[in-house]
Design a protein around this ligand. Sequence first.
Ligand code: FES
Length: 580
Amino acid sequence: MSFTPAPWPRKLRSQEWYGGTTKDSIYHRGWLKNQGYPDDLFDGRPIIGVLNTWSDLTPCNGHLRELAEKVKAGIWEAGGFPVEVPVFSASENTFRPTAMMFRNLAALSIEEQMRGQPIDGAVLLVGCDKTTPSLLMAAASVDMPAIVVTGGPMLNGWFHGEAVGAGTHLWRFSEAVKAGEMTQQEFLDAESAVTRSSGTCNTMGTASSMASMAEALGMALSGNAAIPAVDARRRTMAQLTGRRIVQMVKDDLKPSDILTREAFENAIRVNGAVGGSTNTVVHLLAIAGRVGIDITLDDWDRLGRDVSTIVDLQPSGRFLMEEFYYAGGLPVVLKRLGEAGQLHREALTVSGAQIWDEVKGAINYNEEVIRPADRPLTEKGGIAVLRGNIAPNGAILKPSAASPHLMKHTGRAVVFEDIDDYKAKINDDDLDIDETCIMVLKNCGPRGYPGMAEVGNMGLPPKVLKKGITDMIRISDARMSGTAYGTVILHTSPEAAVGGPLAVVRTGDMIEVDVAARRIHLDVTEEDLAARLAGWEPTHDRATSGYEWLHQTHVGGADTGADLDFLKGCRGAAVGKDSH
Ligand code: FES
């Protein structure tokens, strides 16, 4: 794509507040001057919002205040005027019922913070899972120059001489305790070893996947995704990002110039190549919805089919983000896709250059971590989209994290009506279940949970684990953590809480799964299914007021990104009336 920079100098939107000699401009300038800013900072230079998702209760982003200082240094150096703005921070590891319920609320509030305040561009300082998509969604809807810098992954965890990954080893250790292979005390000892430095999850979980998506979309500087949080080069990246946004504002390089269909197709392929999180599906669909790009689940299936997973990172593989960075990081993956004809080389990035120009010189320093084309981690990476009478609008599965022997399987359904039902039954040795069964969890979708919690990778029953079995097919309308693994069919749409066919699956029904044929089928007659659906009644609309009500009333299906219906689309950055 070619981009023609806007002429400079010209009047920027911040001058609507700070330019001129009227009562209103004196009022606005005067107030900001109480922070000690001299006159010449109001001369029409770009004012840059450093939108910071730091929070003590988002520990993954706990170091972003220090990083913000480097961003600001870069903005000053380039002749801009930085203003740091705290924004809604939805932490994965604290928010209840689930951070995902607040992704859209965060995007809504941040969109208004961007539009309603005197900034000309924004640095999106993000990290934890939902912070990256929520700020990208907001920036896309405002369409003001914006650039992402992530906080970076934490250092490798180490426990009993083994490198351990955040999230992934929580699941592994938890199952090991249930199987009697690990003591509870050892599990407690591991607690501080897994997450031992600042930064986001160090696996290719959702945070690292979304950082990779931001880079692949062209919304972050090349090389941003993998630099560890505590590496000095992360701070350098923050400073360079600060410098860059000033020029982006002068050039008027906006998200709508970068977030094209080609950019999304690149990101989808990258997600397959890195073995990225299933959560990127809902987030990219939502971001695309904000810029009016018609990306669908079928694009995910089509574009991912011929992409091999070449990055050998947990949860699909062996290594962690530290090794990925030392091997060369995402530019190596992008280069490989470009060489294979699987990259739109001309896609524009925040640098103003085409993506190929940024990655064509990348070098792979470790072919164990980023594998050669003839030795991929998984031949068919990507996301498989299954359809059938249980999931007419689709359900997804991550083949690189699944068990090959379960990719074609017919089993007896063991149904849990919701997460409470699952918790009440799963540890009961009288539960009629074995490893050939298919576990079905309902009412955990965007509306049902509410918020589409990461419970789709429900733990196996202890009596199965004790046999040494580590995987069974699980089907739900939930999500799963990007750090999780297994033959887990997720995002089943329409969800149970809106009367999708998943709602009427019964224990004892037979279910056929055939990933190669992209098929998921409930083995009942059409008449039987229709009769069951006719008798279905909603059971999980709980809220009558507040944000939970707004969410349950307006949230869309996982197959379209689970955004709120009234937030789709780009509303622009036009300045409203002044009230003074
Ligand atoms: Fe925040 Fe993983 S829980 S990055």
